[in-house]
Design a protein around this ligand. Structure first.
Ligand SMILES: Cc1cc2nc3c(=O)[nH]c(=O)nc-3n(C[C@H](O)[C@H](O)[C@H](O)COP(=O)(O)OP(=O)(O)OC[C@H]3O[C@@H](n4cnc5c(N)ncnc54)[C@H](O)[C@@H]3O)c2cc1C
Length: 367
């Protein structure tokens, strides 16, 4: 094992949450290491929409104007459309920047590096042990192991977080597993709209279609279970159900809202702070998570910076700052529950209720 290096903060995972947290710490003069298991730039199963107010505001304030090279063609969606059975489709106007995550995340990480963050990519955090007011972090690259130390660790390592597992080994986490399929060409649907389909006239299962550059993507949690419905729903728009995707991938979402809201799971302990998907902060209904990852990343780094200034306990000040976000998630969980009964009102009623619920997730984000 190699000799250990010592940092003030180690951030695990170079998604939006990790990039924001690492950059903020380095901007405040903290010696910060950002560790990413994949070689960068890396892609992530995600529609890549910069959706709600948190994402828009924090990207602009922390990273600046998004360069065109980070956005796709079309770069800007006009909004979202909801298709429920044979009801009239409902449209929600909401200008939304659209990206491939490999470009968006890499741009943010490069900004963090410019701020002085040390980056190790292609290096996995295999384990972590909080010990005597510091953390021992075990890094693995191929067969080599290295131990590094830090006063604080920020777990920004996504839904299947190793950092979360290290500090909450008993926590039982449920996961869902969305799939993304990428096809060449375009469907006969407006490219500047994000299309949400609810083929069983229920809020779930659902799938969505969006266009990026010269491909279109079909994404959803139950794609294999919906194969017949997808073919039937999309055939009128020019989809050939026998076409094979150019590529197909998937990921996990951790379903932690109940544990967060009941207080069974508090995403910080001692000198380890969890953010974004690692903390289960993805929003209900839309499953928007870039904004909450960025916001919690900023809140975690601010709690750490505060600790270095006045010795306040970082975990408790982070958990306190997270309360409004948890209240927002709680309110959206109630809207999500109300959607289940909206299906009793028939497809037209449900299509309008979905449009209004999606609007609520985008506009509810305060501060
Ligand atoms: C199908 C789908 C569509 C979505 N569409 C949108 C959307 O349009 N807009 C939106 O806002 N949200 C969307 N989301 C949610 C969004 O993708 C996530 O909420 C967001 O990426 C969370 O960011 P993060 O920084 O917490 O984690 P991530 O972006 O998941 O980043 C975690 C990083 O940690 C790395 N990592 C993991 N384990 C380790 C380890 N052991 N050591 C080192 N590194 C590690 C990973 O490689 C990864 O780079 C979507 C999600 C899905 C599944």
């Amino acid at each position: 094992m190699k000799n250990s290096q010592v940092f003030e903060v180690i951030v695990v995972g170079a998604g939006p949450g990790g990039a924001a947290a690492a950059k903020r710490c380095a901007d405040h003069g903290l010696k910060t290491l950002l560790v990413e298991k994949k070689q960068l730039p890396r892609d992530k199963v995600c529609s890549g929409m910069i959706m709600g107010r948190w994402a828009l505001r924090i990207i602009e304030e922390e990273f600046g104007e998004i360069p065109e090279s980070v956005l796709t063609n079309p770069p800007l969606l006009a909004g979202h459309r909801f298709y429920v059975g044979d009801a009239e489709a409902q449209t929600l106007k909401w200008p939304t920047a659209l990206s491939w995550r490999k470009d968006l995340d890499f741009w943010m990480v490069q900004k963090a590096v410019k701020s002085g963050v040390d980056l190790k990519d292609g290096v996995r955090v295999a384990d972590m042990k909080p010990e005597n007011g510091k953390c021992r972090v075990f890094l693995r690259k191929a067969k080599e192991t290295e131990e590094v130390h830090a006063r604080f660790v920020v777990g920004a390592d996504g839904a299947a977080s190793v950092v979360r597992r290290s500090i909450f080994p008993e926590l039982k986490v449920r996961f869902s597993g969305p799939i993304r399929e990428c096809y060449g060409g375009a469907l006969n649907l407006p490219k500047d709209i994000f299309h949400w389909f609810f083929p069983k006239s229920l809020p779930r299962p659902r799938f969505n279609v969006n266009h990026k550059d010269d491909v279109f993507l079909i994404e959803g949690s139950g794609l294999s279970e919906l194969r017949g419905e997808i073919g039937e729903t999309l055939s009128p728009y020019g989809f050939d159900p026998d076409t094979k995707p150019i590529w197909k991938d998937g990921c996990t979402i951790s379903l932690l809202h109940d544990d967060l809201l009941s207080g069974v799971f508090k995403p910080a302990e001692r000198n380890v702070l969890l953010i974004g998907d690692a903390a289960g902060l993805i929003l209900p209904i839309t499953f928007e998570g870039i904004g909450s990852a960025l916001k919690s990343g900023i809140q975690a780094s601010d709690a750490i910076i505060k600790h270095f200034n006045d010795e306040t306990q970082a975990a408790s000040s982070y958990l306190k700052s997270l309360e409004p976000m948890l209240q927002t998630i709680g309110r959206l969980c109630k809207v999500q529950d109300a959607l289940k009964s909206a299906s009793n009102g028939g497809p037209d009623f449900l299509a309008k209720a979905l449009r209004d619920a999606y609007r609520e997730t985008l506009t509810i984000q305060e501060g």
